[in-house]
Design a protein. Structure first.
Length: 433
């Protein structure tokens, strides 16, 4: 099938490359000429493990191409995906749908046969109705179906998630779209992936509800971590104990400095706004948003308390800045609140992250280092904020010798107390006495 993918951001590029790998003919479209030129040269705009090789393989096979000229790709497409950004709108937290609606306006004059217009971007309930209205106003004669097909990709594991998903959600009001979407995802039949066809508004809400539930799960275990510290319990043992209950599950039960990234912060906030407008407030989600923001600030206090409250002139070595490992995404990363808070208390911060290059613009005053050992050299405290694999097997004796004081605050619990305390470290973790 022929697919036009509008947007070459995280969702659009990964989805386009994976559809091409399924054997479809995919054209990814973006207005940024520089970005398209770099993609044609094989340079990825984001870091996602394996994406560069996936793109290169399908470009070479002739199944994947990139362009700034939407006309030809859209006119020949069986399905047109809208995969543009929907960031939080400044000031009120609503999803900014301007890019989505602009894409719909550009699609309208190019429809010359029946085509399925697919919303891949995360959008509030009712957005599909408005896209359909835009297309219909511009082209009352056109033959099309507007559907919702939300993505559930984890950054750092997006290719695996696309090719081996838990489920595919398709929200439609026009049955003509069903065989088109079934054919697009037919390669997943071998994995017996459930394809759930629902109405369009339910599909739009499923995406938000999924992210909100996972965000609440993270916030729940972070609150339990605080209780564990107060009561002398161990949140790692607690997480395992409740996670083995199949009704609960083990995923997203890892205590830490709070969630960040491109989805959970903006999606929970947008859902709260949508619910208020519908006069059906979501108190649990509202509390989750508030608690998560407070959590990040609390982590800086935790570091300060480990250093007896006086950070003036002290050197803190920070390991990890991105919101999670295996991505270069700095959006709403806990480090963006923790590091400035430490600096405001008088600390000098030196840091290392394998892929968080954008941090250099977002965290002024930080001394960025070339590796983890350089980041902790001469430090009074080492703080692990992001659980990159390369931090899991550090030479702890070398770390101790490099530091001015052997103090580690592990905000991701990637070590056990017995790993560090016998070596003479003062070791502070999350949710453990």
């Amino acid at each position: 099938m022929r697919v036009a993918m509008i947007g070459t951001g995280y969702v659009g590029l990964v989805s386009g490359a994976c559809f091409a790998d399924f054997g479809h003919d995919v054209t990814c479209i973006d207005k940024d000429e520089g970005k398209i030129a770099r993609l044609k040269d094989g340079k990825m705009p984001i870091y996602e493990p394996g994406l560069d090789l996936l793109v290169a393989r399908n470009v070479e096979a002739g199944r994947l191409s990139f362009t700034v000229d939407a006309a030809q790709a859209i006119r020949g497409a069986d399905a047109i995906f809208i995969a543009v950004g929907t960031p939080s709108r400044r000031g009120d937290g609503y999803a900014d749908l301007s890019f989505v609606y602009q894409a719909a306006e550009e699609i309208a004059p190019l429809i010359d046969h029946f085509v399925v217009v697919v919303t891949k971007s995360t959008v509030p309930v009712g957005t599909g109705d408005e896209i359909e209205a835009i297309l219909r106003r511009a082209r009352p004669d056109a033959q099309f179906a507007v559907i919702s097909n939300p993505e559930f990709l984890r950054e750092g594991a997006a290719i695996e998630d696309f090719k081996h998903p838990d489920r595919i959600i398709v929200g439609l009001e026009d049955e003509r779209a069903r065989p088109v979407m079934a054919e697009l995802y037919r390669p997943l039949n071998l994995n017996e992936t459930p394809v759930l066809f629902v109405d369009r508004r339910s599909s739009e809400l499923i995406k938000y509800a999924s992210n909100a539930f996972l965000a609440m799960k993270i916030t729940f275990i972070n609150e339990m971590a605080d209780l564990c510290e107060a009561m002398g319990a161990d949140v790692q043992q607690l997480s395992r104990g409740i996670g083995l209950d199949k009704r609960i599950g083990a995923k997203f039960l890892h205590a830490g400095p709070g969630y960040g990234g491109s989805c959970f912060p903006k999606d929970t906030l947008a859902l709260v706004r949508t619910a208020h407008d519908a006069k059906a407030p979501l108190k649990l989600v509202e509390a989750t948003v508030q608690l998560n923001e407070a959590r990040k600030r609390t982590m800086a206090v935790k570091v300060a308390e480990a250093m007896q409250g006086d950070l003036t002139g002290k050197i803190i070595g920070v390991l990890g800045l991105t919101f999670k490992p295996n991505t270069d995404d700095m959006r709403d990363a806990p480090s963006l609140q923790i590091v400035p808070a430490l600096q405001a208390m008088g600390a000098r911060v030196q840091a290392y992250d394998p892929e968080g290059h954008e941090a250099r613009q977002l965290l002024p005053g930080v001394d960025f280092k070339a590796g983890p050992y350089e980041a902790v050299e001469g430090a009074d405290c080492a703080v692990i904020i992001t659980e990159w694999d390369e931090f899991r097997a550090l030479d702890l004796d070398r770390i101790k010798d490099l530091m001015r004081r052997p103090l580690m605050v592990d905000l991701r619990n990637i070590y056990e107390p017995e790993d560090l305390r016998p070596r003479g470290f003062t070791y502070i973790s999350v949710g453990r006495a």
